[in-house]
Design a protein around this ligand. Structure first.
Ligand SMILES: [Cu+2]
Length: 154
């Protein structure tokens, strides 16, 4: 009996982890987002390339606005958005695969993604790649700057 009970407990525990990964974004994300003004990053897509303005800090609320000024649809995906609750606003399509999140944005449209990534204990500046899942040669980088430094573009 004990063995069965333990098996059930660990099954429930792993289910709870799975739920945290998928359901909490919409439940906790928005209320967290209201608690503080996010660091803002802007990404403009034009001529099949990304142009980034701004940076954020590890462990702090961040919002990335992605504007597609190109003539074709593009995507945005990054490890920055994996494993954390992400709130999307605007006109985009959210795609979810095996541990991957991608957002597709049509020409002339924009989306804003709000999330918190990393920890305030992460003291090193992090370069975080992102790319277009539809055009593998389209790549860019974002920066999470250490807390003691200055965040540009703010
Ligand atoms: Cu693209």
């Amino acid at each position: 009996m004990n063995v069965r009970a333990q098996g059930l407990t660990s099954l429930l525990a792993s289910m709870a982890v799975a739920v945290i990964g998928s359901a909490v974004p919409s439940m906790i994300g928005p209320s967290m987002a209201l608690a503080a003004e996010p660091h803002k990053i802007e990404v403009v897509i034009k001529d099949k390339s990304y142009k980034v303005t701004g940076a954020s800090m590890p462990g702090e609320l961040t919002s990335i606005t992605i504007r597609n000024e190109d003539t074709i649809e593009h995507g945005f995906t990054s490890p920055l958005l994996f494993d954390v609750p992400v709130k999307m606003e605007g006109e985009g399509v959210y795609l979810k695969g095996k541990g991957v999140r991608a957002y597709h944005i049509r020409p002339g449209k924009s989306i804003t993604l709000t999330f918190t990534k990393g920890s305030t204990k992460d003291v090193e500046t992090q370069r975080i790649p992102f790319w277009c899942d539809m055009h593998p040669d389209m790549k860019g980088e974002l920066f999470l700057v250490e807390t003691k430094g200055e965040v540009g573009g703010g």
